[in-house]
Every structure is written in C-alpha cells, then in structure tokens.
Design a protein around this ligand. Structure first.
Ligand code: OGA
Ligand code: NI
Length: 367
C-alpha cells in the first residue's frame, strides 16, 4: 500500500512499505507507469533519431597523461582540449592512464550496490541533500510531477579520509576498496586535465591547483534500468553541472546527450574512454571561454545503463571570479561578479539546476 510523506525539500513523494520506490528494486519493468510518462512536447529525441554523423564530440588522446610540459604531444593535447572545449564544451579522453581493470572493478562493485535487495538499500534512501551518502530515484531538482527513469547514489569520493569513508556502504564488500582505487586514479586524471586546460589557455600550469579544485570530490552514480518504452521517458533532466569539472564513465551504453546549438547530440560511447565537461565554475573562471553545456540522459529498452560521474569541486570558501588573465577592462570585461563557492551551491539548489536562472544572479550586465 502506498503512503505519502513529505521530505526535507518540501514536496511530496510516494513511499511504499519497503521505503522509496526504487526502479532497481523491480526485477524487470513490463510497462511504464503513468508517473514516468512525459507530455509529448517534453519527450526525448531518441538515440535512433540521432541524425548527427556530421558532428561528433572530439576524442582526445592523452598519451598516458604524464608527458613533460616541453613535449609537443602535451602542447598538442592542451590545444585540442581548448578547441574542443570552446566549440563543444564536451569531449572524450582516451589513453588517459586510468587502468582498465580499475574502471571495470569499480563499475562492477557499483552495479553490485544497485543489485542488492531492497532491505539492504533502504538505510541509504534519502532526499536530504545534506546526507553524506544517499540513494534516491528520479532527481532532487525537478519539482514537477513526472519522474525520471533513474536511481542514483551521491557521495563524497575523494579524499578517502575517515570523515568521507565512514559514510560509504559496507556492502557490497568490494565497494570501498575499489572506490578508493578508482577515485585516486580519476583524481589524478582530473588534475592532469586541469593542468592541460590551464596551459592551453596560457594560464600558469598550476592555476586550478589549490582551492579551485581542492574541495572534496563528489560522485554521482546513475543507474538507468531498461525501460519498456524509451520514447515516453527521460533518464535525467537537462542540466549543467555546478562545480568545476566532470569526468564521467559511461562504458559502452549510449544515453548521454549534450546540447550543441539547437540540437541534442549523442555522446557516442567509447568503451574505456572518459567523457569530460565543464561545470559552471569553469565557465565563470574562464570568463565564458569554456562554457558549461546542458546535458541529459535518455533511456533504452535493451540494457541497463550505468554512468559514474566524478565532480571536481572548489573548496566551499573558495573565492570564484573570472581570472584576471581572461579579462580585459576595455575589450572583454568580467562577465561575472566575485562570490564564495558555497553561495553558488545554494543558488543552484534554489534555481532547481536551471542554467540561466542560476547564472543570472552572478552575472554582471554591461550596457
Ligand atoms: C551527471 C550527469 C549523465 C549520465 O551525473 O551529472 O550528467 O550520462 N550524468 O548519466
Ligand atoms: Ni551532469
């Protein structure tokens, strides 16, 4: 029997006797319940309608990621990242130095988490965004009625301090050790990419080191079960990421789409690659040069899809402002005012992740 209860963000959700109605609790879904059906004008353009062989998000070879600054291949990778970043805001990296078995190992453990019986997952279920490890379904941002076809966990994945690690689940038993391995490797990759971005923009190589990327790294793991009718549902609402940089593993299942002009382009899965995109903080610090691009996920009927998104954050107190090197008082004045990162986090939650609304309160309007 369904009972209703109000949760911390003040809107209604249904819970059954086993707790939250997780999609991953059902062995299979034979039909799409009404509450997941979007109105016709909000339904997705599907993967099969992706008529975009003419454009694709760039794929960049990082040559193992550890090239000396003077190496021309490093300069080339930095230039490619900036070109891809300016034109698309989304790109993929291959030959990135994160071991295949590290990625596969952690993805297995994460899939094992969603596959656990409902009782094992119940203690983690929450829409309270202050919870350090939480499992939920749909999204915390959309206040509308229609649910998204997704379960997810969110938590702090790096550093592996006691403060962060004590919130991680004890089951499956390989989750924590494999997470530690994966997060350390992805942290190193993210730092390499940030150095390349800085070098490519003509900033000091260590520009992003320190407070700008020194907050606890957050992770979202999204689980999209096979959906009996993907034409009716959405996996994840269109949004921009709020922090500095995202490094995402989607393995070999398609579903991620990013905006390119007026179109939604598929980010074609390349097994072993990471998808990289910029958060709002990158857009602001670069004074609009590397923009945060809207993206979303669609569902498919064939296989479950799981994405592991690692979000590099500034420290809460970090002062964010356009870098002086990216600003020219006369020709290219600062587009954003200075603020503390924590202030942005609050504005983002209040604006339900809507890109223009959230940026508006930080924008400087030049006549
Ligand atoms: C995210 C995200 C996309 C995906 O977690 O921020 O955009 O492919 N995920 O699941
Ligand atoms: Ni995202």
């Amino acid at each position: 029997a369904l009972s209703w209860c109000i949760h911390s963000t003040g809107y209604w959700r249904s819970f059954d006797r086993s707790g939250m109605e997780l999609l991953s609790n059902a062995p299979v879904h034979h039909s799409v319940p009404e509450r997941y059906v979007f109105p016709p004008d909000k339904r997705p353009t599907l993967l099969s309608d992706d008529h975009s062989p003419d454009v694709a998000f760039p794929v960049i070879d990082l040559h193992g990621g550890a090239l000396p600054v003077s190496d021309h291949r490093r300069r080339h990778a930095a230039e490619e990242i900036i070109r891809a970043g300016k034109e698309f805001g989304f790109f993929q990296v291959v030959n990135h130095g994160v071991g295949e078995c590290v990625v596969r190992g952690f993805r297995e453990a994460a899939a094992g988490f969603f596959a656990m019986p409902a009782e094992e997952k119940l203690p983690y279920c929450s829409y309270d965004m202050s919870k350090r490890f939480r499992l939920a379904t749909s999204t915390s941002y959309d206040r509308g009625e229609t649910r998204y076809w997704r379960d997810y966990i969110k938590f702090r994945c790096y550093p592996a301090s006691d403060e962060n690690a004590r919130h991680w689940p004890s089951k499956p038993s390989n989750f924590t050790p494999r997470l530690v391995e994966y997060s350390a490797a992805v942290h190193e990759l993210a730092q390499t990419i940030l150095c390349l971005i800085a070098e490519g923009l003509g900033l000091d190589g260590g520009f992003f080191t320190g407070d700008l990327s020194g907050g606890d790294t957050h992770m979202s793991i999204n689980y999209y079960p096979p959906c009996p009718d993907p034409t009716l549902t959405m996996g994840l609402l269109a949004h921009c990421d709020r922090h500095l940089l995202t490094v995402l593993s989607q393995a070999d299942v398609a579903g991620l789409q990013a905006r390119h002009g007026e179109r939604w382009l598929l980010v074609h899965p390349i097994p072993g690659a990471f998808v990289v995109n910029f958060g709002h903080q990158m857009e602001i610090v670069t004074n609009g040069v590397l923009a945060s691009v809207e993206h979303r996920a669609v569902t498919n009927s064939a296989v479950a899809r799981m994405s592991v998104a690692t979000h590099v954050h500034p420290t809460d107190g970090c002062r964010i402002r356009p870098a002086s090197e990216m600003v020219d008082e006369a020709m290219n004045p600062a587009k954003y005012r200075e603020f503390a990162f924590s202030e942005f986090m609050e504005a983002y939650d209040a604006a339900d992740a809507s890109r223009e609304e959230v940026l508006e309160s930080f924008r400087i309007n030049h006549e």
